[in-house]
Design a protein around this ligand. Structure first.
Ligand code: HPA
Length: 289
């Protein structure tokens, strides 16, 4: 038997998920949310949820990094059918880009209008403090790779996708409005996506600041590219879990990242509770970013 194409694999994963959730949510989810390190508890508010471990979804891998549970959850999130991914695949784990973006392509295949990407990130902007939130306005792809490398998958999208509004301006405005209503201060900034798994050196952080980064992390960029390729609108929020290297006397640890992401998750939860139901009522999709 010949190896199925990426498109066929996505269809198989989508159909397997639809079989599991179809009776409870026949229209499928409108919004997708990928939860970053320490942010998994955001999905706990979904009711009537159908939980599917990644190991039960065709072509998904398990996850290994601490803070990443490795399951999909489709549920009623404050009135909006939402699909959550708890745990993502990172390039630094040794996965191929194709595997890193497979869950993104699958949730987009479920018919969502908007994908909300959350992550834990180091603060490069000197005004940022641990547990602050940053709405992602744009990114720098410094991963040295691109999920669209190789023959274009025309069934998914164009060869040369436009990324001039990779993160929807409407979504940034909406999230900012919600944060304001809740009196939660948020920043707007540029996320630099790096390969990792080492944290950066202080010299690298100075360079990233000079070239326009406000925060650094090891995820999100591939997913943003894959979703844009598919014409799905993207919103991104970073939880600043630590000051980037050289900005604090402390050494950086994954534990600090997890601890502060829990503080940030509480704020993120309050914003998403307001924002997600409102996202559905705003125009979405290709050309209406
Ligand atoms: N650097 C890179 N990735 C990160 C950081 C950081 O300081 N904090 C959380 N993810």
């Amino acid at each position: 038997m010949t190896e199925p194409t990426i498109y066929q694999k996505i269809r198989e994963a989508v159909e397997a998920i639809q079989k599991r959730v179809g009776s409870r949510f026949p229209e499928g989810p409108s919004i997708g949310v990928i939860l970053g390190s320490g942010l998994g508890s955001i999905a706990d508010e979904a009711t009537d949820a159908v939980t599917i471990p990644y190991t039960e979804i065709p072509h998904f891998h398990g996850t290994s990094v601490e803070g990443h549970a490795g399951k999909m959850l489709v549920g009623n999130y404050h009135g909006t059918t939402t699909v959550f991914l708890q745990g993502r695949f990172h390039l630094y784990e040794g996965y191929k880009m194709e595997d890193v973006v497979f869950p993104t392509r699958t949730v987009c295949g479920l018919g969502i209008q908007t994908l909300v990407l959350t992550n834990a990130a180091g603060g490069v902007n000197t005004r940022y403090r641990p547990a602050d939130l940053m709405l992602i306005e744009d990114h720098l792809n410094l991963m040295g790779d691109n999920p669209l490398k190789g023959p274009n998958l025309a069934q998914l999208g164009p060869r040369f996708p436009d990324l001039s509004e990779a993160y929807s301006r409407d979504c940034v405005t909406l999230f900012e409005e919600c944060a304001k209503e809740l009196s939660i201060p948020v920043h707007r900034g540029v996320y630099a996506g790096l390969l990792g798994p080492t944290y950066e050196t202080p010299a690298e952080i100075r360079m990233y600041r000079t070239i326009g980064a406000d925060a650094v992390g090891m995820s999100t960029v591939p997913e943003t590219i894959a979703a844009n390729h598919l014409g799905v609108r993207v919103a991104g929020i970073s939880c600043i879990t630590n000051l980037a290297a050289g900005l604090s006397p402390q050494k950086l640890t994954h534990q600090e990242v997890i601890d502060n992401s829990k503080l940030g998750a509480e704020k993120m939860k309050r914003i998403l509770r307001l924002a997600i139901p409102r996202l559905v009522h705003r125009p979405a999709g290709r050309g209406a970013h």
